[in-house]
Design a protein around this ligand. Structure first.
Ligand code: BJW
Length: 254
Protein backbone atom coordinates (compact mmCIF):
# COMPACT_ATOMS: atom_id res chain seq x y z
CA UNK A 1 0.00 0.00 0.00
CA UNK A 2 2.70 2.51 1.02
CA UNK A 3 4.68 1.42 -2.06
CA UNK A 4 1.76 2.46 -4.26
CA UNK A 5 1.61 5.76 -2.44
CA UNK A 6 5.35 6.23 -2.99
CA UNK A 7 4.95 5.45 -6.69
CA UNK A 8 2.10 7.95 -6.97
CA UNK A 9 4.13 10.59 -5.15
CA UNK A 10 7.17 10.02 -7.38
CA UNK A 11 5.01 10.36 -10.49
CA UNK A 12 3.63 13.61 -9.10
CA UNK A 13 7.14 14.97 -8.44
CA UNK A 14 8.27 13.99 -11.94
CA UNK A 15 5.32 15.85 -13.52
CA UNK A 16 6.75 19.16 -12.39
CA UNK A 17 10.45 18.29 -12.71
CA UNK A 18 12.46 20.17 -15.34
CA UNK A 19 15.97 18.85 -14.78
CA UNK A 20 16.04 15.16 -14.08
CA UNK A 21 19.13 13.03 -13.51
CA UNK A 22 19.19 9.22 -13.44
CA UNK A 23 22.18 7.47 -11.90
CA UNK A 24 22.34 3.82 -12.85
CA UNK A 25 24.36 0.82 -11.75
CA UNK A 26 24.76 -2.78 -12.76
CA UNK A 27 21.33 -3.75 -11.36
CA UNK A 28 19.60 -2.12 -14.32
CA UNK A 29 21.32 -4.58 -16.67
CA UNK A 30 20.58 -7.60 -14.45
CA UNK A 31 17.26 -8.15 -16.22
CA UNK A 32 19.13 -8.23 -19.54
CA UNK A 33 21.10 -11.18 -18.14
CA UNK A 34 24.32 -9.36 -17.25
CA UNK A 35 25.61 -10.26 -13.78
CA UNK A 36 25.84 -7.49 -11.18
CA UNK A 37 29.11 -6.81 -9.41
CA UNK A 38 28.34 -7.82 -5.87
CA UNK A 39 25.55 -10.33 -6.41
CA UNK A 40 26.21 -14.06 -5.99
CA UNK A 41 26.24 -14.45 -9.77
CA UNK A 42 29.09 -11.90 -9.98
CA UNK A 43 31.62 -14.74 -9.65
CA UNK A 44 33.76 -15.69 -12.66
CA UNK A 45 35.69 -18.93 -12.34
CA UNK A 46 36.67 -18.57 -8.67
CA UNK A 47 37.30 -14.83 -8.76
CA UNK A 48 35.18 -12.09 -7.30
CA UNK A 49 34.55 -9.25 -9.75
CA UNK A 50 35.85 -6.63 -7.35
CA UNK A 51 39.19 -8.48 -7.08
CA UNK A 52 39.74 -8.45 -10.85
CA UNK A 53 38.74 -4.84 -11.49
CA UNK A 54 42.00 -3.49 -10.06
CA UNK A 55 45.31 -2.21 -11.47
CA UNK A 56 47.06 -4.71 -9.19
CA UNK A 57 45.27 -7.68 -10.76
CA UNK A 58 46.16 -6.35 -14.22
CA UNK A 59 49.81 -5.85 -13.25
CA UNK A 60 49.93 -9.42 -11.88
CA UNK A 61 48.27 -11.04 -14.86
CA UNK A 62 47.08 -8.98 -17.85
CA UNK A 63 46.09 -12.24 -19.53
CA UNK A 64 43.79 -13.31 -16.69
CA UNK A 65 42.13 -9.89 -16.49
CA UNK A 66 41.70 -9.71 -20.28
CA UNK A 67 40.21 -13.22 -20.30
CA UNK A 68 37.63 -11.99 -17.79
CA UNK A 69 36.86 -8.92 -19.92
CA UNK A 70 36.70 -11.07 -23.04
CA UNK A 71 34.15 -13.34 -21.31
CA UNK A 72 32.11 -10.33 -20.22
CA UNK A 73 32.23 -8.76 -23.70
CA UNK A 74 30.94 -12.00 -25.22
CA UNK A 75 28.16 -12.17 -22.65
CA UNK A 76 27.16 -8.52 -23.12
CA UNK A 77 27.19 -8.73 -26.91
CA UNK A 78 24.68 -11.58 -26.72
CA UNK A 79 22.24 -9.65 -24.49
CA UNK A 80 19.85 -6.83 -25.25
CA UNK A 81 18.63 -3.71 -23.50
CA UNK A 82 15.21 -4.07 -21.86
CA UNK A 83 12.19 -1.82 -21.35
CA UNK A 84 13.87 -0.04 -18.40
CA UNK A 85 16.85 1.00 -20.55
CA UNK A 86 14.46 2.12 -23.31
CA UNK A 87 12.37 4.26 -20.96
CA UNK A 88 15.48 6.15 -19.81
CA UNK A 89 16.46 6.67 -23.45
CA UNK A 90 12.99 8.01 -24.31
CA UNK A 91 13.06 10.41 -21.35
CA UNK A 92 15.79 12.45 -23.07
CA UNK A 93 12.97 13.80 -25.24
CA UNK A 94 10.32 13.95 -22.52
CA UNK A 95 11.88 16.23 -19.92
CA UNK A 96 13.30 19.73 -20.51
CA UNK A 97 16.66 18.35 -19.45
CA UNK A 98 17.40 14.72 -18.72
CA UNK A 99 20.88 13.34 -18.09
CA UNK A 100 21.88 9.77 -17.59
CA UNK A 101 24.87 9.15 -15.38
CA UNK A 102 25.92 5.52 -15.42
CA UNK A 103 28.49 3.46 -13.59
CA UNK A 104 27.97 0.72 -16.16
CA UNK A 105 30.52 -0.06 -18.82
CA UNK A 106 28.30 -2.43 -20.80
CA UNK A 107 27.07 0.07 -23.42
CA UNK A 108 23.43 -1.06 -22.93
CA UNK A 109 22.13 2.50 -22.46
CA UNK A 110 23.63 3.58 -25.79
CA UNK A 111 22.18 0.51 -27.48
CA UNK A 112 18.77 1.44 -26.05
CA UNK A 113 19.09 4.88 -27.69
CA UNK A 114 20.42 7.11 -24.87
CA UNK A 115 22.71 9.83 -26.19
CA UNK A 116 23.19 12.21 -23.29
CA UNK A 117 25.21 9.85 -21.09
CA UNK A 118 28.06 10.33 -18.66
CA UNK A 119 29.89 7.01 -18.33
CA UNK A 120 31.65 7.34 -15.00
CA UNK A 121 33.61 4.09 -15.17
CA UNK A 122 34.42 3.98 -18.89
CA UNK A 123 33.29 1.56 -21.55
CA UNK A 124 34.13 -2.09 -22.10
CA UNK A 125 34.08 -1.62 -25.88
CA UNK A 126 37.09 0.69 -25.75
CA UNK A 127 40.72 -0.14 -24.98
CA UNK A 128 43.71 2.05 -24.18
CA UNK A 129 47.42 1.77 -24.92
CA UNK A 130 49.32 1.46 -21.63
CA UNK A 131 52.25 3.43 -23.18
CA UNK A 132 50.70 6.16 -25.29
CA UNK A 133 47.22 6.39 -23.74
CA UNK A 134 45.56 6.20 -27.17
CA UNK A 135 41.95 5.05 -26.90
CA UNK A 136 40.46 2.84 -29.62
CA UNK A 137 37.05 1.28 -30.03
CA UNK A 138 37.06 -2.49 -30.44
CA UNK A 139 33.91 -4.61 -30.74
CA UNK A 140 35.60 -7.97 -31.45
CA UNK A 141 34.19 -10.98 -29.63
CA UNK A 142 36.19 -13.03 -28.94
CA UNK A 143 39.30 -10.89 -28.74
CA UNK A 144 42.51 -12.06 -30.36
CA UNK A 145 45.24 -12.05 -29.24
CA UNK A 146 44.75 -11.98 -25.47
CA UNK A 147 46.12 -9.73 -24.13
CA UNK A 148 45.67 -7.33 -27.06
CA UNK A 149 48.63 -5.20 -28.16
CA UNK A 150 48.70 -1.64 -29.47
CA UNK A 151 48.63 -1.64 -33.31
CA UNK A 152 50.88 1.47 -33.33
CA UNK A 153 53.59 0.76 -30.77
CA UNK A 154 53.12 -2.90 -29.78
CA UNK A 155 52.62 -2.09 -26.07
CA UNK A 156 50.00 -3.82 -23.94
CA UNK A 157 46.45 -2.51 -24.26
CA UNK A 158 44.16 -2.28 -21.22
CA UNK A 159 40.38 -1.96 -20.96
CA UNK A 160 39.30 1.72 -21.04
CA UNK A 161 37.53 1.41 -17.70
CA UNK A 162 38.11 2.81 -14.23
CA UNK A 163 39.45 0.33 -11.70
CA UNK A 164 39.57 0.71 -7.91
CA UNK A 165 42.13 3.28 -6.81
CA UNK A 166 42.10 5.01 -10.21
CA UNK A 167 40.73 8.52 -10.69
CA UNK A 168 37.62 9.04 -12.79
CA UNK A 169 37.88 11.24 -15.89
CA UNK A 170 37.97 14.77 -14.45
CA UNK A 171 35.60 16.34 -16.93
CA UNK A 172 33.07 13.49 -16.59
CA UNK A 173 32.91 13.51 -12.79
CA UNK A 174 32.90 17.33 -12.76
CA UNK A 175 29.86 17.44 -15.06
CA UNK A 176 28.15 14.64 -13.12
CA UNK A 177 28.67 16.51 -9.84
CA UNK A 178 27.34 19.80 -11.26
CA UNK A 179 24.26 18.17 -12.77
CA UNK A 180 23.56 16.30 -9.53
CA UNK A 181 23.69 19.54 -7.57
CA UNK A 182 21.42 21.32 -10.08
CA UNK A 183 18.72 18.75 -10.76
CA UNK A 184 15.09 18.89 -9.57
CA UNK A 185 14.95 15.16 -8.99
CA UNK A 186 17.39 12.27 -9.06
CA UNK A 187 16.53 8.63 -9.74
CA UNK A 188 19.07 6.13 -8.44
CA UNK A 189 18.54 2.83 -10.21
CA UNK A 190 20.18 -0.55 -9.61
CA UNK A 191 23.26 0.39 -7.65
CA UNK A 192 24.49 -0.80 -4.26
CA UNK A 193 25.59 2.84 -3.71
CA UNK A 194 28.87 1.85 -2.07
CA UNK A 195 31.46 2.82 -4.70
CA UNK A 196 32.82 6.34 -4.51
CA UNK A 197 32.68 8.96 -5.92
CA UNK A 198 29.48 7.82 -7.69
CA UNK A 199 27.79 7.06 -4.35
CA UNK A 200 28.16 10.71 -3.32
CA UNK A 201 26.24 12.09 -6.30
CA UNK A 202 22.79 11.45 -4.74
CA UNK A 203 24.04 13.18 -1.59
CA UNK A 204 24.86 16.28 -3.67
CA UNK A 205 21.30 16.22 -5.02
CA UNK A 206 19.89 15.88 -1.49
CA UNK A 207 22.11 18.72 -0.23
CA UNK A 208 20.72 20.91 -2.99
CA UNK A 209 17.15 20.07 -1.93
CA UNK A 210 16.24 17.72 -4.78
CA UNK A 211 14.24 14.59 -3.96
CA UNK A 212 16.10 11.33 -4.48
CA UNK A 213 14.18 8.25 -5.61
CA UNK A 214 15.81 4.85 -5.27
CA UNK A 215 14.68 1.97 -7.48
CA UNK A 216 16.15 -1.30 -6.23
CA UNK A 217 14.75 -4.63 -4.98
CA UNK A 218 17.11 -4.38 -1.98
CA UNK A 219 17.90 -1.70 0.59
CA UNK A 220 21.26 0.07 0.23
CA UNK A 221 23.26 2.52 2.35
CA UNK A 222 21.43 5.28 0.44
CA UNK A 223 17.96 4.02 1.45
CA UNK A 224 17.74 5.87 4.80
CA UNK A 225 18.48 9.17 3.02
CA UNK A 226 16.35 8.64 -0.08
CA UNK A 227 13.00 10.44 -0.15
CA UNK A 228 11.37 7.48 -1.88
CA UNK A 229 12.42 3.85 -2.13
CA UNK A 230 10.63 1.91 -4.83
CA UNK A 231 11.35 -1.73 -4.04
CA UNK A 232 11.39 -3.67 -7.26
CA UNK A 233 13.08 -4.27 -10.56
CA UNK A 234 14.07 -1.44 -12.86
CA UNK A 235 12.47 -3.24 -15.82
CA UNK A 236 9.10 -3.24 -14.03
CA UNK A 237 9.11 0.11 -12.25
CA UNK A 238 10.52 2.43 -14.94
CA UNK A 239 7.90 1.41 -17.55
CA UNK A 240 5.15 1.82 -14.89
CA UNK A 241 6.30 5.38 -14.19
CA UNK A 242 6.65 6.09 -17.90
CA UNK A 243 3.15 4.98 -18.77
CA UNK A 244 1.63 6.92 -15.87
CA UNK A 245 3.47 10.06 -17.01
CA UNK A 246 3.34 9.90 -20.76
CA UNK A 247 0.67 7.40 -21.82
CA UNK A 248 -1.80 9.06 -24.17
CA UNK A 249 -5.28 8.41 -22.73
CA UNK A 250 -7.53 6.57 -25.16
CA UNK A 251 -10.88 8.05 -25.98
CA UNK A 252 -13.88 6.17 -24.61
CA UNK A 253 -14.92 3.26 -26.76
CA UNK A 254 -11.76 3.16 -28.91
C1 BJW B 1 18.69 -4.25 -9.18
C2 BJW B 1 18.14 -5.25 -9.98
C3 BJW B 1 17.08 -4.89 -10.83
C4 BJW B 1 19.78 -6.11 -8.83
N1 BJW B 1 16.64 -3.63 -10.84
N2 BJW B 1 18.22 -3.02 -9.20
C5 BJW B 1 36.78 3.81 1.66
C6 BJW B 1 35.81 4.78 1.72
C7 BJW B 1 35.44 5.51 0.59
C8 BJW B 1 36.04 5.26 -0.63
C9 BJW B 1 37.01 4.30 -0.68
C10 BJW B 1 37.38 3.58 0.44
N3 BJW B 1 38.34 2.69 0.07
C11 BJW B 1 38.57 2.83 -1.27
C12 BJW B 1 37.78 3.81 -1.73
C13 BJW B 1 37.68 4.28 -3.11
C14 BJW B 1 36.97 3.31 -4.03
C15 BJW B 1 35.67 2.87 -3.39
O1 BJW B 1 34.66 3.52 -3.49
N4 BJW B 1 35.65 1.71 -2.74
C16 BJW B 1 34.47 1.24 -2.03
C17 BJW B 1 34.11 -0.17 -2.50
C18 BJW B 1 34.73 1.32 -0.56
N5 BJW B 1 36.72 4.05 -5.25
C19 BJW B 1 37.64 4.14 -6.18
O2 BJW B 1 38.70 3.58 -6.12
C20 BJW B 1 37.32 5.04 -7.36
N6 BJW B 1 38.38 5.93 -7.58
C21 BJW B 1 38.79 6.81 -6.66
O3 BJW B 1 38.23 6.94 -5.59
O4 BJW B 1 39.85 7.55 -7.07
C22 BJW B 1 40.45 8.44 -6.13
C23 BJW B 1 41.75 8.90 -6.74
C24 BJW B 1 41.97 10.24 -6.92
C25 BJW B 1 43.18 10.67 -7.47
C26 BJW B 1 44.14 9.75 -7.83
C27 BJW B 1 43.92 8.38 -7.64
C28 BJW B 1 42.71 7.96 -7.11
C29 BJW B 1 37.16 4.24 -8.64
C30 BJW B 1 36.01 3.31 -8.58
C31 BJW B 1 35.96 2.48 -9.86
C32 BJW B 1 34.92 1.39 -9.79
N7 BJW B 1 35.13 0.50 -10.86
C33 BJW B 1 34.24 -0.63 -11.05
C34 BJW B 1 34.77 -1.52 -12.19
C35 BJW B 1 34.52 -0.86 -13.54
C36 BJW B 1 35.08 -1.68 -14.64
C37 BJW B 1 34.36 -3.00 -14.84
O5 BJW B 1 33.11 -3.11 -14.76
O6 BJW B 1 35.03 -3.95 -15.13
O7 BJW B 1 32.93 -0.17 -11.35
S1 BJW B 1 33.98 -1.57 -9.56
C38 BJW B 1 32.29 -1.90 -9.82
O8 BJW B 1 31.47 -1.25 -8.81
C39 BJW B 1 31.95 -1.22 -11.16
C40 BJW B 1 30.58 -0.67 -10.87
O9 BJW B 1 30.30 0.38 -11.78
C41 BJW B 1 30.70 -0.22 -9.44
C42 BJW B 1 29.38 -0.05 -8.74
O10 BJW B 1 28.72 -1.27 -8.65
P1 BJW B 1 27.13 -1.29 -8.82
O11 BJW B 1 26.79 -0.89 -10.20
O12 BJW B 1 26.50 -0.53 -7.75
O13 BJW B 1 26.83 -2.87 -8.73
P2 BJW B 1 26.55 -3.77 -7.44
O14 BJW B 1 26.69 -5.18 -7.85
O15 BJW B 1 27.34 -3.32 -6.29
O16 BJW B 1 25.00 -3.46 -7.08
C43 BJW B 1 23.93 -3.88 -7.90
C44 BJW B 1 22.64 -3.38 -7.30
O17 BJW B 1 21.59 -3.64 -8.22
C45 BJW B 1 22.26 -4.06 -5.98
O18 BJW B 1 21.90 -3.07 -5.04
C46 BJW B 1 21.05 -4.91 -6.35
O19 BJW B 1 20.10 -5.02 -5.28
C47 BJW B 1 20.47 -4.11 -7.48
N8 BJW B 1 19.64 -4.86 -8.44
N9 BJW B 1 18.78 -6.45 -9.72
C48 BJW B 1 17.17 -2.74 -10.00
N10 BJW B 1 16.47 -5.84 -11.63
Amino acid sequence: MSENLDLAAVIQKLRSARQVVALTGSGISAESGIPTFRGAEGLWRTYRAQDLATPEAFARSPKLVWEWYDWRRGLMAAKNPHAGHRVLAAWENRFSRFTLITQNIDGMHRRAGSKNILELHGNIWRMRCTQEGTVTENMDTPLSPIPPLCPDCGALMRPHVVWFGEPLDREVIHRASLLSAQCDLMLVVGTSAVVQPAASLPLSALDAGAPVVEINPEATPLTPYADFSLRGKAGDILPQIDSALFRVPRENGS
